[in-house]
Design a protein around this ligand. Structure first.
Ligand SMILES: *Cc1c(COP(=O)(O)O)cnc(C)c1O
Length: 352
């Protein structure tokens, strides 16, 4: 296998998924498995499904199309509110879409009627994180306009917290979402099938409370692939942290000084760096850089330190355990690092 590559251990992804399905299932919460970090890779989607997930969500309609065309059998939810230019594909490939704009919902309805379909929609409610969502006070008015649309069927409410502003999905926020769901149901004599409370940040809420109200779904990505909840990035007991690791190759390894020689200005990214004089050290260069991976999200799985990086080079201090050209170094990744590697055309994937 050419380096660099991601080593994706499907048995570990499977195990993480199965454990989460059980943990949440025991509390009557369904999981929508979020595949966006894996670009909708069908092997990964099928792994989640084999582990007990029946609904797959992705932020990109192209990823959903990819899974659909690969024959992945699941209910697909588009979790990013659709743009005007993807309406046709949303109706064609997604079973459910999350929505926050009436103009888009009206287009979805028209397109669905043209395709002889009725598409399920979920309304996103803005509850403080200030990304997408209808303001609470505008919700009734929105539902009033959605109900008469013949091509769409309103099946529930969802909210997204702890993403843009880091607002916690507290008990108060979740109770408020439950209350909103009940008020809307009463006002319009409808019954919601789904009340989706959040993402991998909802872990503490789930295990610190017994009354989960009307919440019956969460959308999980990071906890499945990384094994952590996302409010404080705590390890979820029983889950693998290293289901996916990065492998990069050594292209130079030499004893060199730890301090640069010469007058120092800005580096290639416009930063001015200060270095500590540790005398001579073993400096090892890996053939991977900022163009491939969000470097700060890497943790070496051997006894080496990251000194820094440029576009195409990652420089390590390997004095404690020297490495030779041709050897490989392995890293665990955070979500940002995983996302960047998955989207780099220079980083391969190897499945075990
Ligand atoms: C990405 C995303 C998720 C999944 O978040 P994780 O932190 O990976 O669990 C859930 N909902 C929405 C709307 C998202 O965009």
């Amino acid at each position: 296998m050419n380096t660099p590559y991601l080593e994706i251990d499907l048995a570990k992804v499977f195990s993480n998924t199965q454990k989460l399905v059980k943990m949440f299932g025991d509390r009557n919460i369904d999981i929508t498995g979020i595949t966006k970090v894996a670009l909708g890779e069908p092997k990964i989607a099928n792994c989640l499904i084999a582990a007990g997930i029946t609904s797959i969500g992705d932020s990109r309609i192209s990823n959903i199309k990819r899974m659909h065309q690969a024959g992945v059998k699941a209910a697909f939810t588009l979790i990013r509110t659709p743009s005007m230019t993807e309406i046709y594909d949303v109706v064609k490939y997604a079973d459910v879409s999350f929505n926050s704009e009436l103009s888009i919902i009206a287009e979805l309805s028209d397109a669905a009627i043209k395709q002889n379909k009725i598409r399920d929609i979920v309304l996103m409610v803005e509850m403080g994180d200030l990304r997408e969502g209808i303001l609470e006070q505008d919700l009734n008015q929105a539902i009033e306009k959605v109900i008469p649309l013949k091509g769409v069927n309103l099946i529930g409410l969802a909210t997204n917290l702890a993403c843009f502003s880091g607002v916690k999905p507290s008990k108060a926020k979740m109770d408020q979402l439950s209350r909103l769901a009940e008020e809307c149901e009463k006002e319009f004599s409808i019954k919601f099938r789904i009340v989706s409370g959040g993402n991998s940040a909802n872990f503490n809420w789930l295990f610190e409370n017994t009354d989960l109200g009307r919440i019956n779904n969460v959308r999980l990505g990071e906890s499945i692939f990384i094994g952590r909840e996302t409010l404080s990035r705590k390890h979820i007991k029983g889950l693998y942290l290293n289901a996916i690791t990065l492998v990069a190759g050594v292209i130079e390894s030499k004893v060199k000084p730890s301090l640069p020689d010469g007058e120092v200005g800005q580096d290639s990214f416009g930063n001015t760096t200060t270095f500590v004089d540790k005398g001579n050290i073993v400096r090892t260069i890996l053939a991977i850089g900022k163009q491939d991976v969000h470097i700060s999200g890497l943790t070496p799985l051997s006894d080496v330190d990251i000194i820094g990086s440029s576009s195409d080079h990652l420089i390590l201090d390997t004095t404690r355990s020297p490495l030779h050209t041709g050897e490989q170094v392995r890293f665990s990744l955070d979500y940002a690092a995983l996302l960047s590697c998955m989207t780099s055309p220079f980083v391969g994937n190897s499945y075990i």
